[in-house]
Design a protein around this ligand. Structure first.
Ligand code: FAD
Length: 391
């Protein structure tokens, strides 16, 4: 692979977290010729089946696409893998539906992509670079963000491994261990909020002849005021259905009869699609997961450590922008590496001083969009204006 910026000093960089954002950042830094070590808590997901609990598919939008384009995988993800969703398809309680286009004027859309598939593609792409080393089953235990030292636990052998590096990039998700270390720094602001609602994933299978049971090019929504259900299409013609609801309501549904009567009342058209038996199995086979928002700043410690992705700005998923914003971190950082010719103090300073405003804004928008999706989407616009004023 041709490397950019062949003349500058090449840095040793440890990325903690080989999820969506960490694996993309590894490619960007490798393209610039730096020596990247990617440490990931889990096993190599290319060798393990999907574990239930995290969203199976995600909406990829223009910010994420731009970042993927920068490492040459956008075309594949959008044109070969992604399923375009051109409108929201609203399901009324009586089972009738109507579409609300995302962009009727220029026909832009978002794409449903598989989480594991995308992560796989990024990890595979990183293999094209000799200067990326990957260490799976490595959990960060502690780090000194002033001198660049880290201690990992090898989860298979239970040994500890000490590493020292020029730069630490924390891409280790909403409960980031790198961010925990940053919290020991003076003047580090941090806030975290769990919302009262959780989510549970269900599934509409493919039809018997292997096709989609609902029109595929839509993000389907069943808005019900204080709660909602959504469905995104999968490449095997099944649908990942996500029920968002207060934890209290989940708890109240504690028998099969209550579950079926709840679905008959609020989501009647979904019962035949999911199937009664599968609905019962999936609902009682899992437990609702929490949703957390994290706001913090600054994102760096001197010129030694930086956090990106959910580690820096976890948001609730209602705007479909968490991953997209994390991917945008990677393309912005790459632009800054280019602008400042790999001068890390300048890059980290500018990223930290400018990026937080957009991250705080998308966090607030995502929180607001839950009310939009579960409720306002069904109301006349004058009422929406009033509710937005109240928000
Ligand atoms: P993560 O995906 O959490 O990856 C972090 C990685 O770090 C993991 O692999 C983890 O194993 C590893 N790790 C953690 N701790 C350690 C440690 N101590 N040592 C080493 N490794 C560690 N976003 C969108 O843009 N569009 C959507 O449609 C969308 N839908 C969503 C639906 C739901 C229900 C949820 C919950 C989220 C959704 N998101 C969506 C948000 C998206 O999932 C996240 O923003 C995205 O996964 C963030 O990527 P990340 O790499 O920063 O963090």
């Amino acid at each position: 692979m041709a490397l950019q910026n062949g003349n500058t000093k090449k840095l040793d960089i440890v990325i903690v977290g080989g999820g969506l954002v960490g694996s993309l950042e590894a490619i960007y830094l490798a393209k610039r010729g730096h020596h990247v070590s990617l440490y990931e808590y889990r096993e190599d997901l290319r060798k393990t089946p999907h574990v239930r609990g995290r969203s199976i598919n995600l909406a990829l939008s223009v910010r994420g696409r731009k970042a993927l384009k920068g490492v040459g995988v956008e075309d594949h993800m959008v044109n070969e893998h992604g399923i375009p969703m051109r409108a929201r398809m609203i399901h009324r309680p009586d089972g009738t539906t109507y579409p609300i286009p995302y962009d009727a004027r220029t026909n832009q859309c978002i794409y449903s992509v598989g989480r594991n598939y995308l992560n796989n593609i990024l990890l595979k792409e990183s293999e094209k670079y000799d200067n990326v080393k990957k260490y799976f089953n490595h959990k960060l235990l502690k780090a000194n963000l002033q001198n660049g030292s880290l201690t990992f636990l090898k989860t298979d052998t239970k040994e500890t491994v000490d590493v020292t590096t020029d730069l630490i990039i924390g891409a280790d998700g909403a409960f980031s261990a790198v961010r925990k270390e940053m919290m020991k720094q003076p003047l580090f602001d941090f806030s975290q909020q769990y919302i009262e609602h959780g989510y549970l994933e269900l599934c509409i299978p493919a039809s018997e002849d292997g096709g989609f049971l609902m029109p595929p090019n839509y993000l389907h929504i069943w808005p019900r005021g204080t709660f909602m259900m959504i469905a995104l299409p999968n490449q095997d013609c099944s649908w990942t259905v996500t029920l968002f609801m207060p934890f209290k309501n989940f708890k109240d549904i504690d028998t099969e009869e209550k579950l079926l009567s709840f679905f008959k009342q609020y989501f009647p058209d979904s019962i035949t699609l999911i199937g009664e038996k599968k609905l019962i199995q999936d609902f009682f086979g899992g437990s609702p997961s929490p949703l957390v928002t994290v706001k913090c700043r600054p994102y760096n410690v001197n010129d030694k450590a930086l956090i990106i992705g959910d580690a820096a700005h976890a948001v609730v998923p209602f705007y479909g922008q968490g991953m997209n914003a994390g991917f945008e971190d990677c393309s912005i950082l790459d632009e800054l590496f280019q602008k400042h010719q790999d001068d890390v103090p300048k890059i980290f300073k500018e990223f930290s001083e400018t990026r937080w405003k957009d991250c705080f804004a998308i966090s607030d928008l995502a929180m607001y969009n839950y009310i939009e999706m579960r409720d306002l989407v069904t109301r006349p616009s004058y009422l929406i204006r009033k509710t937005m004023d109240d928000f």
